[in-house]
Design a protein around this ligand. Structure first.
Ligand SMILES: Nc1ncnc2c1ncn2[C@@H]1O[C@H](COP(=O)(O)OP(=O)(O)O)[C@@H](O)[C@H]1O
Ligand SMILES: [Mg+2]
Length: 243
């Protein structure tokens, strides 16, 4: 069977800056794929191209056997591409459940149905006890989970997670890892961006490393972490930030 997602020769230019340079990746049905790479490598940009926030400067995006390059974000979401944002985008002045209902309305236009779906997703993500509090009252780890819940409520075939495990305590990160596994076990394919390799490598079936907008290496996590090109890209990044 064909891949669920493919990017074919995708470029994104912002003026003179090349954020994605001839990126061709594929994600198979049922996989958890990690998209990693130093800051500024072009990971979030690629997510925006896949989700339809931006049209690529060049190249095409294929989802579930269809060329979706010219579809707007809302239609890609309808077809089954769900995503979170690196910068949390929940509606702070709304309750947790209302935030999730907004996601559920993508597929259920009857309010009662959308509410039922939202409750189910809150159970699934471990947020049921927080349903009626304002999103602004959640602690950071819960806000990340709310982002995931909102995306899940849209009924995705493919879930794009942008740094949902970054900045969490080790315990919170492990809870997040367990949730990603549960999502895959529910039949949803996952493409996740993480900056921190230690968290993402044990979780993913395959890792794709972006550096300077290009695919540097891809393969099994154990091989990728040992690849000299990957080590150099990450060390270079650490030097760049002075760490
Ligand atoms: N909307 C934009 N306009 C101009 N430059 C952008 C925009 N979005 C991202 N960039 C630039 O593109 C490059 C890749 O950014 P990004 O995709 O956010 O990287 P990553 O998520 O891997 O850290 C960076 O140099 C960033 O400054
Ligand atoms: Mg990013």
């Amino acid at each position: 069977m064909s891949a669920l997602l493919e990017t074919r020769g995708v470029w994104q230019r912002f003026g003179g800056l090349v954020a994605n340079s001839d990126v061709s990746i594929s994600v198979g049905r049922g996989e958890i794929v990690g998209l990693i790479g130093p800051n500024g490598a072009g990971k979030s940009t690629l997510f925006n191209l896949i989700a339809g926030v931006l049209p690529p400067t060049q190249g095409s995006i294929w989802f579930d056997g269809e060329d979706v390059t010219n579809l707007p974000a809302a239609q890609r979401c309808q077809r089954g591409i769900g995503r979170t944002f690196q910068v949390v985008k929940s509606f702070e002045t709304m309750t947790v459940i209302d935030n999730v209902i907004v996601g559920a309305l993508v597929r259920n236009t009857v309010m009662k149905e959308a509410r039922r779906k939202a409750r189910e997703v809150l159970e699934f993500t471990g947020l049921a006890a927080r349903a009626d509090v304002l999103a602004s009252d959640l602690v950071p780890a819960e806000k990340r989970r709310l982002e995931v819940a909102r995306a899940l409520a849209t009924g995705p075939k493919l879930l794009l997670l942008d740094e949902v495990l970054t900045g969490l305590t080790p315990t919170e990160a492990q809870t997040g890892v367990a949730l990603v596994r549960k999502v895959r076990d529910a039949g949803i394919t996952v493409l996740m961006v993480e900056h921190v390799m230690e968290i993402v490598m044990p979780l993913v079936d395959r890792a794709i490393v972006l550096d300077l907008g290009k695919v540097l290496v891809e393969g099994k996590p154990a091989d990728v972490v040992r690849d000299p090109k990957v080590i150099k890209a990450y060390l270079g990044d650490r030097h760049a930030v002075g760490a």
